[in-house]
Design a protein around this ligand. Structure first.
Ligand code: GLY
Length: 385
């Protein structure tokens, strides 16, 4: 892994300098916001529109990554402000969902781990208990959404995305020395390997479970093309989420799941020159991209590379760098006067031309994972998850 990084050192340094230059300005400009997308060069703000929105932790999380990597206090100030703003969501407890991990582990959790701030630790623990309470004992899964969220009964829904919320439970388990948090996270991870991750390494996005016993009622397409296809960001959640579970537990089967899903991702992503499409099993045309799937997977590949043979480590690192370079060349915007860093993210597969809203737009977690991947390539050891 080190050798591959050395071979790409010039590109890594140049790219990082552009990121740091841009974000040190945007960080101050958007300090009062919880950005989701960028409209005509300017961050929008979810603070007013939807304080409980699942992505509201990525901006603060990215600021912690930048602070950890640079020591620049301006990044810390924006991260802290973002965490304070999120209190508006913490106390609307009926609107809390399983994505409390994305929201608080990246903000309060990062703050607590980097600075020891007790109030941040308390916020993160509150979020962890909320996630813990979503475990369905009979059905053996963590419930994704609340009643009526999508106009249908969601009592039995688990979604692949939840693998990225599990680090909050692993953290809580260690923090209060209570294995139950970890055990529930592992039960959910085991369920995902059984019901979400398919034999060929592709994934189901939404699984609708029996609620009074273990069993699958049906599978839903969710944000992908169809229930039998493979939504690329869902696959990215599986790649990175599985290796994170491996890191926190040491269970070999989780590393195997990470490799299996990673291999599927790489094989399909290389067909479109390492620019991932929204769904790897959708028709070849029209081509719809999702930059966020690539940068998230690159983070997963760089973690997998730490736990495999030297030969495999080189392979996964090289593949991660190919994805990141393709993103840098085709999708990145380093213009300091504009807020978004990574363009061409997509919320979901558009089934008609009228459904293009939310497709090929900048999305905050694209920026987050691009920055996180570059931090890894620069040797930063802090794992925010
Ligand atoms: N967690 C929802 C998404 O990835 O769009």
């Amino acid at each position: 892994m080190k050798r591959v990084i050395q071979e790409n050192q010039n590109w890594i340094n140049e790219t990082w300098n552009k990121i740091e230059k841009k974000l040190s300005v945007v960080s101050v400009r958007s300090r009062e916001k919880l950005p989701y997308t960028t409209i005509e060069g300017t961050h929008d703000d979810k603070k007013e529109k939807n304080i409980s929105w699942w992505t509201n932790g990525f901006w603060g999380g990215m600021m912690w990554l930048m602070y950890e990597a640079t020591g620049n206090e301006e990044f810390r100030k924006t991260a802290e402000r973002s965490e304070d703003l999120l209190d508006g969501a913490l106390f609307q407890y009926k609107k809390l969902h399983h994505d409390v991990g994305f929201m608080w582990h990246l903000t309060s959790g990062a703050n607590y781990r980097l600075t020891g701030n007790e109030k941040s630790g308390a916020r993160n623990f509150f979020a962890a208990t909320s996630l813990f309470s979503r475990y369905n004992i009979s059905g053996d899964f963590i419930r994704a959404w609340n009643k009526g969220t999508w106009g249908a009964s969601t009592d039995g829904y688990s979604i692949i995305d939840c693998l990225m919320n599990l680090p909050l439970l692993y953290w809580a388990s260690e923090e209060v020395e209570d294995e139950r948090f970890k055990k529930i996270a592992m039960r959910h991870m085991d369920m995902a390997m059984r019901d979400h991750i398919r034999e060929d390494g592709s994934v189901n996005h939404i699984v609708n479970h029996e609620v009074d016993k273990v069993g699958v009622v049906n599978v839903l397409a969710g944000q992908g093309y169809s229930e039998t296809s493979c939504w690329s960001r869902g696959l990215a959640w599986a790649v990175y989420g599985s290796v994170i579970s491996y890191i926190h537990t040491g269970r070999e089967s989780y590393l195997e799941a990470a490799k299996k899903t990673a291999n599927y991702f790489i094989e399909h992503c290389k067909k479109t020159d390492y620019l991932p499409v929204i769904d790897f099993a959708a028709p070849d045309t029209p081509v719809y991209y999702d930059s966020t799937a690539g940068v998230c997977t690159a983070c997963g590949l760089l973690e997998i590379a730490k736990y495999v043979s030297e030969e495999k480590s080189r392979y996964y690192t090289e593949e991660a760098i190919k994805i990141l370079k393709a993103c840098d060349k085709h999708f990145c915007n380093y213009e300091v006067s504009e807020d978004a860093l990574v363009l061409m993210g997509s919320e979901r597969y558009p089934h008609t031309d009228n459904a293009m809203k939310g497709v090929h737009i900048p999305i905050i977690y694209g920026d987050f994972f691009f920055v996180e991947a570059m931090c890894k390539l620069r040797g930063r050891e802090f794992l925010i998850w």
